[in-house]
Design a protein around this ligand. Structure first.
Ligand code: PLP
Length: 402
């Protein structure tokens, strides 16, 4: 049996998404900028998808910019705002647990003379509103805090931070902007840009049963930012490059499914995730669930198995057809222990023994039952292999980001 429990890394495309995309690989191959009928049909498909993405997050279609994925959306948001508003200030506030798409962009801006505050998080992975308030200064142009963390699923208090941003603007800091990376939240919890109070929001197709290599940046009407790519006047001059029509169509259909099936998907995933956790914890009461157990997306469980090397466990599970990840997977080959779990204050042993289970819209009870039985047997076997005198603080294992 094959059980894919790594949906935070990527998801399988929904059958409806593949069906919707398929004509755009063959007969409907027009360039959305062309004047003839091929081009017009491609353009109509792109605009239909734009309306679907907008509807998913309660935005206006004109506020959606199609980009190549979550990474580009994050780069465009952070660099675009920082550069466009540098005359007002060069200070950015973010957190220590952001995805590298945000962190590495901030680091590169530091090299260009910007000042970045990386806020700490609590033991459960949450940023403190007091810390955000204290960090805001007259030269702050951007706050970027993710909605849901990719390793633990922890949901940050975005609405409260938006409240601080509104207060700061009322004091005259009109150049202050608020971005959230919602790549791991969209399709898992309701996401409404007006309720959240953000100016920019990143999302990605392949995390919501859509295609890889496509994403979107929500840009509140009137928000000014510089571009990453120069070329034609695509996407209302905000992102040059011939539109990835099949990808955009796929993202549109995936967004429609995510919106219309959200309630059903959320309750199914939450029920199965909680069942998985209960079964594992009832068998191994010493296991630690990482991140906030309440403020969490319904599809992720990050657990630390004391005394076990997460990589060995991952490989043993893979041999039995079960795909999970250690901490998080994307900067494959990295030997760095997870920066997220470290920021939560986990010991090296807890970081080393952590596994992330992430469910998708199509995960079944049978799959979870199989995963639990193999996991219990494997953890028992690996723990039996630990020599009684082996110290538990071995080097942290390699960790990948996604
Ligand atoms: N932001 C978060 C929180 C993610 O989990 C990911 C996934 O890897 C990204 C950004 C990058 O998205 P993409 O893979 O579409 O570039």
């Amino acid at each position: 049996m094959k059980v894919y429990l790594d949906n935070s890394a990527t998801t399988a495309m929904a059958a409806e998404v593949i069906e919707a995309m398929s004509p755009y690989f063959s007969d409907e191959m027009g360039n959305a900028q062309s004047v003839h009928s091929f081009g017009q049909r491609a353009k109509a498909a792109v605009e239909k998808a734009r309306r679907e993405v907008a509807a998913l997050i309660n935005a206006a279609p004109a506020e959606i910019v199609f980009v190549s994925g979550g990474t580009e959306a994050d780069n465009l948001a952070v660099r675009g705002i920082a550069e466009a508003h540098c005359d007002y200030g060069r200070h950015i506030i973010t957190t220590k647990v952001e995805h590298p798409a945000v962190l590495a962009t901030c680091e590169s801006l530091e090299g260009a003379g910007y000042r970045v505050t990386y806020l700490p998080v609590s033991r459960s992975g949450l940023v403190s509103i007091g810390d955000v308030r204290e960090a805001i200064s007259d030269d702050t142009v951007l706050i970027s805090v993710m909605l849901a963390n990719n390793e633990t699923g922890t949901i940050q208090p975005i609405e409260e931070i938006a409240g601080l941003v509104a207060e700061a603007r009322a004091r005259g800091l009109d150049h202050l902007h608020f971005h959230t990376d919602a790549v791991q939240a969209v399709g898992k919890i309701p996401v409404d840009v007006t309720r959240l109070g953000v100016d920019l929001l990143s999302l990605s197709g392949h995390k919501i049963h859509g295609p890889k290599g496509i994403g979107a940046l929500y840009l509140r009407k009137g928000t000014r930012l510089t571009k990453l790519l120069y070329g034609g006047h695509h996407e209302r001059d905000r992102r040059a490059g011939t539109e990835n029509v099949p990808g955009i169509v796929g993202l549109g259909r995936a967004s429609e499914l995510a919106r219309t099936q959200l309630d059903e998907r959320m309750s199914r995933m939450r029920e199965l995730r909680d069942y998985l956790e209960q079964e594992v914890i009832s068998r191994f009461p010493d296991i630690r669930v990482n991140g906030d157990r309440q403020q969490r997306v319904p599809n992720v469980s990050n657990m630390s198995f004391g005394g076990i090397d997460g990589e060995s466990l991952l490989i043993a599970l893979d041999l039995k057809g079960i795909a999970v990840s250690t901490g998080s997977a994307c900067a494959s080959g990295s030997l760095e222990p997870s920066h997220v779990l470290q920021a939560l204050g986990l010991t090296r042993d807890e970081v080393r023994g952590s596994l992330r289970f992430s469910l998708g819209a199509y995960t079944t009870r049978e799959e979870i039952d199989y995963a639990v039985s193999v996991l219990v047997e494997t953890v028992d076997r690996l723990r039996d292999m630990i020599p009684a005198d082996e110290p538990e603080s071995a080097e942290a294992g390699s960790v990948v980001e996604s």
